[in-house]
Design a protein around this ligand. Structure first.
Ligand code: ZN
Length: 281
């Protein structure tokens, strides 16, 4: 597959192994769309074919210096999983779920990997998460074949307004995790074949250079294949759909250290890259 998909200046792009970006519409002679969401919805096979053209293409620029947007700005569905690391369930005082706790981050919250997060309350919290991007229509897909339906993986921040989350009883997730700008994703979507083991990736989150979260995705209680299997047993997953897979321990709610204007949130996942988001009032 060899796919590194990104949004450069609002246009779909592929990134080559040397760090150059290539405009997808130009690369494919117009076969694939310039719009990132439309391009992702063309699916894994079309993007893998496009990636095969990189060897004979000259890069349009350095990805490092590019203006990078959210790789999938408008997914049809954006799922998120709660309490999917035992350490985070424990710090939250919650039992480990017996079935996945699934909620929605409404896609309007999505922003890019260097965009500002506009704080809407004094209880905004960070949650670094591995995000799955679906690459093939998936319905009743068994876990053994689930990775075939994944276009790639990216980094996400499930920024959470704890005050809004717990304002209702029982607590509700969707709105508190969907405020505008509360869903940074990026910088690039990396296909599963480009990892030594896509089920075991280091991830961490720093606030103002202080390490707050640090774990590996092998600690996920329900791993990526079983999340795809579970969700696709209930509804159809479409190319471009996102799944935020949950966060490890170290969130601000556990220590009552919430995000403040001026805070710099850095989110990293091995083999994918780093997001830098600044909090603003
Ligand atoms: Zn989360």
């Amino acid at each position: 597959m060899n796919i590194r998909f990104a949004n450069v200046g609002g246009r779909a792009a592929l990134v080559d192994p040397d760090g150059g970006w290539h405009d997808l519409e130009r690369l494919t002679g117009g076969d694939l769309a310039a719009d990132p969401t439309t391009a992702v919805r063309s699916g894994t096979d079309a993007l893998a074919t496009a990636a095969g053209l990189l060897g004979s293409s000259t890069a349009d620029g350095s990805f490092r210096d590019a203006r990078i947007g959210p790789p999938v700005p408008e997914p049809r569905s954006c799922f998120a999983i709660g309490l999917n690391y035992g350490s985070h369930a424990a710090e939250s005082g919650m039992d480990v779920p017996t079935v996945p706790v699934v909620f929605t981050k409404f896609p309007s919250c999505l922003v890019g990997p260097t965009d500002d997060v506009s704080l809407a309350s004094t209880a905004a919290d960070y949650e670094v998460e591995l995000v799955v991007v679906v690459g093939r229509t998936a319905r009743n897909v068994p876990a053994e074949r689930a990775w075939d339906h994944v276009l790639g993986l990216t980094v996400g921040q499930d920024v959470s307004d704890r005050a809004l989350q717990f304002a209702a009883q029982p607590a509700h997730f969707d709105l508190g995790k969907s405020r505008d700008t509360y869903g940074p994703i990026g910088p690039v979507v990396v296909s599963p074949d480009l990892f030594d083991d896509p089920d075991d990736l280091e991830l961490w989150c720093e606030v103002n250079d202080e390490r707050r979260q640090h774990d590996r995705t092998s600690s996920l209680l329900v791993d990526v294949p079983h999340l795809v299997a579970y969700l696709s047993s209930i509804l159809t997953l479409h190319p471009g759909d996102l799944i935020f897979t949950g966060t490890p321990d170290g969130v601000g709610a556990a220590t009552l250290r919430f995000l403040e204007p001026g805070d710099r949130v850095t989110s990293y996942i091995e083999g994918i890259g780093t997001m830098h988001n600044t909090c603003v009032a």
